[in-house]
Design a protein around this ligand. Structure first.
Ligand code: F6R
Length: 619
């Protein structure tokens, strides 16, 4: 999703801004831009192409200066077009639409009262050049400007309703950038006599490792070699200076090498054995303390679990529900964060609220967490892949997955490592509640430690999956079936296929087929079936017969010991032996490969599928 980078320095910062944008590219965007303070005025380059093209354009136009801001935009208000791309410039009262004003601004988030502000500013003579909600902020700051940019920003911000992170500079103050956040992430990077802002510390990798995580409502005034952070004091109604800790953050560059792989998604699928091993690295035994100090006391206090997440992370939570109820015997509900945050539910203070997120910045999940807390559920835990993220900072307890940077928009290694974290949580809760014998602990730990090898064996099935993907690439619809613990895996397989190959795919619990979706089954409908050798296998075989009897084409990922054999209309890829409770972690891998190779065969932009963003920081 949108990304911000800004800098105040004595050197030319355009290469740093562009490099920062490249590091944020993986989040997804449809236009980009950079603006600097040059020759006493504002200059910018904007593009609906890639950041590399923007870089070329900026070089050609001789854009170079020590103060500037840059942005990648994921369209919400207004089409992806150059005139809607950030940075936006204010155009003062009575100036023509092309007139260059004095304020340059980039923004992440959504301004909900932009219509009202637009009408007000138009009435004051401001000229709008875009359809964005962002442009109102530039004009509003211009309206309040009387020689002090910080003062103008502080006056403008209380008028905004919604979520934002902004970075602004002014024609009349060459060595100053003011930035602020409310609901969208923003960090300050402190350098040697130069300062930076960015949506993510990763954007500043190699520039500075001295990072301040700005808090909601913070406004930062960046100048050469100094900065101030302020926030509105609700009692006095004035902005007061606040101190924030500077942390040393070794952010990894997002621009990891592809190596022998065609896409980041393929690389990340193949990194899963290492990602799982890293996620388990520090685990020598099961104990609540794996989730942070004081976890034992929290686990003793709670008697139910509420999982909040979005997308793929929601499916890992849905899988964990089966584990938590059958192994830890703790009642568990799983809610889509964007629904839960607005739903009237019945809060119970003895609930452990668990958020799951790769990025740790998903706006809906953070809002759902805050909603749960506001309702009196104070015990919060996150399973998250980014240790410095808002989610980790917001939660009482955390388990950090060690998947490493995930660049492909479609989540893969984050999902399997989340499952590992959730299985550990299940075991720790089971232990606290007296449902984990020493023998069971040792057996589960042994299985967990063997997972990297087991996943590696599944990855070796890639050539067989490629053969199927040629068939799938010609289809426009697909059904996915699973039962029990593997129903969420069928859902995840369908999500992967639809988001990167654009084939319409739906998943059902196999027993539900005859209650409606069976009507869709014809010879043209591939039906992907997840068939582990578990207690529901015989039931699943009956469901498969229902499909065969209607001429449907079955594509089955069957455990080696299921005795399901290929025949006309029944295609089988044989998985290794059944892996017990951890089987979902193996069964999702061929579904990831199927989606990936089908998308490749259809020639889609696998790592940056249309309309999608990696880190969904707006509602
Ligand atoms: C799908 C995908 C998304 C994310 C969702 C939540 O492949 O990646 O569905 O899972 O946007 O993101 P996080 O986990 O960062 O909160």
């Amino acid at each position: 999703m949108c990304g911000i980078v800004g800098a105040v320095s004595q050197r030319n910062i355009v290469p740093i801004l562009v490099e920062g944008l490249k590091r944020l590219e993986y989040r997804g965007y449809d236009s980009c831009g950079v603006a600097v303070h040059q020759d006493g005025g504002l200059r910018r380059a904007r593009s609906t192409s890639r950041v590399a093209e923007l870089q070329h354009q900026a070089e050609q136009d001789g854009i170079a200066a020590g103060t500037g801001i840059a942005h990648t935009r994921w369209a919400t208000h207004g089409a992806p077009a150059v005139h809607n791309a950030h940075p936006h410039f204010s155009a003062g009262p009575n100036a023509g639409a092309d007139a260059v004003g004095r304020i340059a601004l980039v923004h992440n988030g959504i301004i909900e009262n932009h219509d009202e502000l637009r009408a007000e500013l138009k009435a004051r003579g401001y000229v709008f050049a875009s359809q964005t909600d962002t442009e109102v902020i530039a004009h509003l700051i211009d309206h309040h400007y009387s020689g002090d940019l910080l003062d103008a920003v502080q006056q403008a911000l209380p008028r905004l309703k919604g979520a934002y992170a902004v970075a602004v500079f002014c024609r009349d103050e060459p060595h100053r950038v003011v930035a602020a956040r409310e609901g969208s992430p923003l960090v300050l990077g402190v350098g040697e006599s130069e300062n930076f802002v960015a949506s993510d510390a990763m954007a500043l990798a190699g520039v500075t490792d001295q990072i301040v995580y700005l808090e909601e409502g913070d406004v930062v005034d960046l100048q050469l070699g100094r900065y101030w952070i302020s926030r509105l004091d609700t009692t006095s109604g004035r902005f007061i200076t606040v101190q924030r800790e500077v942390k040393t953050v070794h952010a990894h560059s997002g621009a990891a090498e592809l190596g022998p792989y065609r896409h980041y998604m393929q690389k990340e699928i193949f990194e899963q054995p290492v990602a799982i091993a890293n996620t388990l690295d520090a685990v020598t035994g099961i104990s609540p303390e794996l989730f942070g100090d004081g976890a034992w006391r929290v686990f003793k206090e709670v008697d139910k679990v509420l999982i909040l997440a979005c997308g793929t992370s929601y499916y890992s939570g849905s899988t964990a529900k089966y584990w938590l109820e059958s192994i830890a015997k703790i009642p568990t509900s799983v809610e889509i964060a964007s629904e839960y945050r607005y739903r009237d539910s019945v809060p119970d203070p003895k609930t452990l609220v668990v958020t799951i997120s790769q990025s740790g910045e998903t706006a809906d999940t953070i809002a759902a967490l805050k909603h749960a807390r506001a309702q009196g559920m104070k015990h919060t835990l996150t399973i998250c892949n980014v240790s410095t993220s808002a989610m980790v900072r917001e939660c009482e307890l955390a388990y950090i997955t060690r998947a490493g940077a995930e660049i492909g928009v479609a989540s893969t290694k984050a999902f399997t490592t989340q499952l590992v974290g959730l299985f550990l949580l299940t075991l720790a809760l089971a232990q606290t509640r007296g449902h984990l014998s020493d023998e069971a602990e040792a057996r589960h730990l042994k299985d967990l430690r063997h997972l990297p090898v087991a996943v590696q064996a599944v990855l070796a099935l890639e050539p067989q999956v490629i053969a199927w993907s040629e068939e799938f690439a010609r289809k426009e619809n697909a059904l996915f079936l699973g039962r029990g613990l593997h129903y969420p895996i069928a859902l995840e397989g369908a999500l992967k296929l639809k988001e990167i190959s654009y084939i319409h795919a739906e998943a059902y619990p196999a027993g539900e087929l005859k209650h409606g979706p069976l009507a869709l089954v014809t010879a043209e409908m591939p039906v992907v079936t997840v068939a582990p050798n578990d207690a529901l296998l015989e039931k699943l075989k009956s469901n498969m017969q229902e499909v065969r009897a209607r001429g449907g084409q079955l594509y089955v990922f069957a455990d080696g010991d299921t005795a399901i054999e290929s025949e006309a209309g029944l295609h089988v890829i044989r998985m290794p032996e059944h892996y017990g409770a951890l089987s979902p972690i193996l069964h999702v891998v061929p579904l990831q490969l199927l989606a990936y190779h089908t998308a490749c065969a259809r020639g889609t932009d696998v790592d940056k599928p249309r309309n999608l963003a990696k880190s969904v920081t707006v509602e």
